[in-house]
Design a protein around this ligand. Structure first.
Ligand SMILES: N[C@@H](CCC(=O)N[C@@H](CS)C(=O)NCC(=O)O)C(=O)O
Length: 315
């Protein structure tokens, strides 16, 4: 139990969402138990009036701690660090602001937050060649790409009409979304996002390469696993999901490869990237639902073809 809440943490999230994974990873690293509520971005649930009351931006993640609502992954991480860092829950950012580890973590976090991960992700999904290597079910990739062609914007516009309290924020979001729609179709913007990630990885690679002697077992910024490690793990995991690992670190940045193999042993990494059964069942149901129009379409074509064939035989 902490001072703000009633002892029950609840995370509103989507498992494949990059920023949700930062929050989930932090909760697991701290060994906190929490309830979760899946907000399906592909059904537009982030724009339901109930969810917009919690997070007027219509984005995941959002943390609820009793009566306290915390939207935004960085705010959630800060809240967890402030309220759950004692003997029982590990501290992920040193208290000593003048320490080498603290300064390095803050510098990495600032660089991390400048990365254009949504452009990296959706730019890759929109590229017909790169899309082939994405480690996600094809049907889900198709749904993600199609979502950016209209349905997402329509859901946002409906919410602007139907949820007056969130109208102002969502109107601003609409402008950002329009610019985002253009960016993910522009190969130059995609390249720019990739270059940003490369520069970040190069810094991390150099930092890891400098860990020699009594620092050889260090994590990114010091002897303990920190918030900077959570961000690096989520980023490397995203790169692998997008099939960009050979281009970005495997072979060319060897310390990052070794780092990832070690980080993958952490229970929090595994729990973040391997979803519990209940969530996998929901995602499967969502993918099957996405197939239904396709199955109906194939069924209808087959029925028409059979009718023509049968009519010809009879005639
Ligand atoms: N600054 C926010 C960004 C959150 C964000 O971009 N979430 C994405 C998923 S990774 C989202 O909810 N997208 C759906 C939408 O904007 O409609 C944070 O750190 O939580």
């Amino acid at each position: 139990m902490n001072i703000n809440g009633n002892g029950t943490l609840k995370l509103y999230f989507y498992p494949a969402s990059f920023y949700s994974q930062r929050a989930v990873f932090t909760l697991h690293e701290k060994g906190l138990s929490f309830d979760h509520k899946l907000v399906s971005l592909y059904k537009g649930e982030q724009y339901s009036p109930e969810y917009l009351r919690l997070n007027p931006n219509g984005q995941v993640p959002t943390l609820q701690d009793g009566v306290k609502i915390i939207p935004d992954s960085s705010a959630i991480i800060e809240y967890l660090e402030d309220n759950f860092s004692n003997g029982k829950y590990p501290r992920l950012l040193p208290l000593d602001k003048s320490s080498e580890a603290y300064c390095k973590i803050i510098a990495f976090t600032e660089d991390f937050l400048k990365l254009e991960i949504p452009v990296l992700t959706y730019g890759t999904l929109h590229n017909e060649t790169l899309r082939q290597s994405v480690a996600l079910p094809k049907i889900l990739v198709k749904k993600m790409v199609e979502g950016t062609k209209g349905p997402h914007m329509k859901a946002l516009e409906r919410a602007i009409e139907e949820v007056p309290d969130a109208r102002e924020v969502l109107q601003r979001k609409k402008v950002t979304m329009q610019a985002f729609g253009e960016a993910i179709r522009d190969p130059a913007r995609h390249q720019q996002a990739i270059r940003g990630v490369e520069a970040f990885l190069e810094k991390a690679e150099n930092e890891l390469a400098s860990h020699t002697g009594d620092r050889v077992n260090w994590w990114l910024c010091g002897p303990s696993f920190s918030l900077a490690d959570i961000d690096l793990c989520v980023l490397l995991n995203r790169i692998c999901m997008l099939g960009l690992q050979k281009q970005l670190f495997v072979g060319c940045r060897p310390h990052l490869g070794t780092y990832l193999r070690r980080a993958r042993q952490r229970p929090a990494f595994q729990k973040t990237t391997t979803q519990p059964l209940a969530i996998r069942a929901l995602l499967l149901a969502e993918s099957v639902a996405a197939c239904v129009p396709l199955l109906l379409g194939v069924g209808a074509v087959a029925a028409v073809a059979y009718a023509i064939y049968a009519a010809r035989r009879e005639g």
